[in-house]
Design a protein around this ligand. Structure first.
Ligand SMILES: Cc1cc2nc3c(=O)[nH]c(=O)nc-3n(C[C@H](O)[C@H](O)[C@H](O)COP(=O)(O)OP(=O)(O)OC[C@H]3O[C@@H](n4cnc5c(N)ncnc54)[C@H](O)[C@@H]3O)c2cc1C
Length: 447
């Protein structure tokens, strides 16, 4: 039995950042991961991260083997391929990383700060005593034996598995399950093409609901002729298999002729607003486990690290002077909601709207620029969905018999603004949660 200040389950981007921050502040921290130390960071991903995340977190930029490509922007293609939004600004500068090397760097930084690592250790369930989480019961994968790892605070950073969150008792008031329709199933491959893609400093995103219902497919350029190509579909109704869709609609394109497969694999992304609350007595949930992902593009590396840093800072200041009760850990919720959660929630409204459209709607919307390129950028960065509906476009849409589409668009923009405000005014204490929750549900439920 081990007794620590902080036990972090999962040495992914969220867990490493939480461990690094807390260890730097002087806490005794143990990271535990299912994988062996050498495989940590090896995750099926699109490998893209915005530069601003490195700036905000004080992380050095990727370089050497870790850096696959510097990115200057994104090209978004309409389903009929007739309209391309070419988005490029300082805010969209970023990197395509070698995900494994990047993950190993984050792990090393956590260990260098003083955290320890129990690898090949599978967390099974939280230890709950006296209304507090006091650590985890785990299985040592080398010996098969059960171990107890105790800590004053436990962080669930186990990604989509959310191994602790799913087993929390209801009195913790943390959602234990999330709706399938808020998940996107992805399949991606790393391939070497015969030649480099055009404009390799741009990531390519294709909106095509026939190929990727409720999601999109992407081509992200890596080093030289290598690309990361993938497709995600919303887990709604009888959704198709993303691997089959990728082969049928994307890998059949001419640029993939005679390309060589390096690696293929799948994964699930929770693409919704954050959990209403991700702290309880002795427990904090971060990263994919808490739905800290951009609902529009599914990017979760940046927000998961942000949540890890906030969690590490608040936990260390709480443990200095008091017990890790839900009230004392609450500032983790407040800080995350105000920085990223508000944007995430407003983009969740946009995501639900987009998932209700047809290819035709998207073709028209992009062709007539109902949202301008710079406003798409603003929406992506800040969560502000601004419309560009002029008298001329209104007349065109009336002529096309599509005025109800404009009405839906107005409604979405109004809702997204209202929800952003709610999250910016997130309750300062758990006592005010019930009222806030009711109001949020009302806005999401309204037509
Ligand atoms: C196909 C795909 C493409 C994506 N593309 C991008 C992209 O381009 N850019 C971007 O920003 N985001 C992308 N994402 C999302 C991003 O990968 C995640 O949001 C991010 O990695 C979340 O980090 P995390 O630390 O919460 O979880 P993870 O990185 O998943 O880490 C969880 C860790 O927990 C460990 N673990 C799990 N269960 C247990 C257990 N029982 N016991 C012990 N350890 C356990 C795992 O081994 C793992 O190391 C993509 C996701 C997918 C699936």
């Amino acid at each position: 039995m081990v007794n620590l200040d902080l036990v972090v389950v999962g040495a992914g981007t969220a867990g490493c950042m939480a461990a690094r921050t807390a260890a730097k502040a002087g806490l005794s921290v143990c990271l535990i991961d299912y994988k062996d130390a050498k495989s940590i960071g090896d995750k099926v991903c699109g490998d893209a991260i915005g530069k601003h995340h490195f700036d905000n977190l004080g992380l050095s930029y990727p370089r050497g083997e870790e850096l696959e490509r510097i990115i200057m922007g994104i090209k978004v293609y309409s389903p009929d391929m007739e309209t391309v939004f070419k988005l490029s600004s300082e805010e969209l500068h970023g990197f395509i990383v070698n995900r494994w090397v990047f993950g190993q760097r984050l792990l090393r930084e956590a260990l260098d700060a003083g955290a320890s690592l129990l690898d090949l250790t599978q967390a099974l369930e939280p230890i709950v005593e006296g209304g507090f989480v006091r650590g985890v019961i785990a299985r040592d994968r080398r010996t098969g034996s059960r171990v107890e790892i105790r800590g004053r605070v436990t962080v669930d950073a186990s990604g989509y598995a959310a191994v602790l969150r799913r087993r929390l008792p209801p009195e913790m008031e943390i959602e234990t399950s999330i709706n399938k329709r808020d998940e996107v199933l992805c399949y991606r491959e790393i391939r070497i093409l015969k030649s480099e893609v055009d404009e390799p400093e741009f990531c390519q995103i294709y909106l095509d609901l026939e190929a990727a219902p409720g999601g999109y497919y992407w081509i992200f350029p890596k080093r030289d002729n290598c690309v990361n190509v993938g497709l995600g579909v919303a887990a709604v109704g009888g959704f198709p298999n993303p691997r089959e869709q990728l082969y049928k609609f994307v890998l059949s394109k001419r640029i993939f002729e005679d390309s060589r497969l390096i690696h293929g694999g799948g994964g699930v992304v929770p693409t919704r607003r954050p959990l209403d609350s991700f702290v309880g007595n002795g427990i904090v949930v971060i990263g994919d486990a808490a739905c800290h992902v951009n609902p529009i593009h599914g990017g979760g590396i940046g927000p998961s690290m942000m949540a890890g840093k906030i969690a590490g800072e608040v936990i260390s200041s709480v443990l200095e002077k008091s017990e890790p009760s839900v009230e004392n850990l609450w500032p983790i919720n407040v800080r995350y909601m105000k920085t990223y959660g508000a944007k995430q929630a407003s983009l969740d409204v946009f995501r639900i709207f987009l998932q209700s459209l047809t290819n035709e709607d998207i073709n028209y919307g992009m062709k007539y620029k109902l949202i301008m390129e710079e406003d798409v950028l603003k929406a992506g960065m800040e969560g502000d969905v601004r419309l560009n509906i002029t008298d001329a476009t209104r007349r065109i849409f009336i002529g096309l018999g599509r005025i109800s589409f404009l009405r839906k668009l107005y409604n979405m923009a109004r809702k997204s603004k209202a929800i952003k405000k709610m999250y910016e005014n997130y309750p300062q204490s758990p006592n005010e949660m019930q009222e806030w929750r009711i109001k949020v549900r009302e806005i999401f439920g309204s037509g």
